[in-house]
Design a binder for this molecule. Sequence first.
Ligand code: MG
Ligand code: MG
Length: 261
Amino acid sequence: MSKGLYYKTKEEIELIRESSLLVAKSLAEVAKIIKPGITTLALDKVAYEFIKDNNAVPAFLNYSGFPNSLCISVNSQVVHGIPSKYELLDGDICSVDCGVVKNGFFGDSAYTFPIGEVNSEVLNLLKITKESLYKGIEKAVEGFRLGDISEAIQSHAEKNGYSVVRELVGHGIGRDLHESPEVPNYGKKGSGLKLQEGLVIAIEPMINLGKKGIKQDNDGWTIRTVDNKQSAHFEHTIAVGKDKADILSSFDYIEQALINR
Ligand code: MG
Ligand code: MG
């Protein structure tokens, strides 16, 4: 399924940025309305309309038969949850993953929202998962290797007592949603592909409160933790840079929308 590795031109990176910022703004539309009592299908509808209104195509809709525009994964669901009539409850956490394609280029980003009052133990899981994403991004610079990104994510999650999902990984992105290389959230410093300017990847730690194991539901999509404890997921699309990574997606729109509610 994964397509080949290639380095993007500056022009291509700008197109991926445009798609990634549309993803960011779509997630901000979700942020405006996500709260206890809303169905995950209602969130999906808002994102679908917003993406269409912006002359783009939801990347997940019909991807290998996926039925919706967003992957929405609640509590012990890790990723690939299907939007449904489930009404979010006070105390839930809800990962919303969005992808779009516009002008032939993909963007991909995910954010885990606390719903109402979430207990401090679970809020800390969200905080550390987001931090581990940025620890990985700090290593997405020429001179480092892929394993440096992976190790930075893993060590931050594990030193805080959490576990890293192994079976699902980040990925190259550009003309396809999933390109080479795979970007694991665990690994060894100094190992793997040498990073070069122009490599565009989606980094997406999936971090579990309890054990690292996962299982798949009978719907053929939803991934959840084996121990039914919570899992968090944050994702950015980024371009490897000479001195620092260029984050092409953004959480700013989401976090501003959460503040303004
Ligand atoms: Mg994603
Ligand atoms: Mg992704």
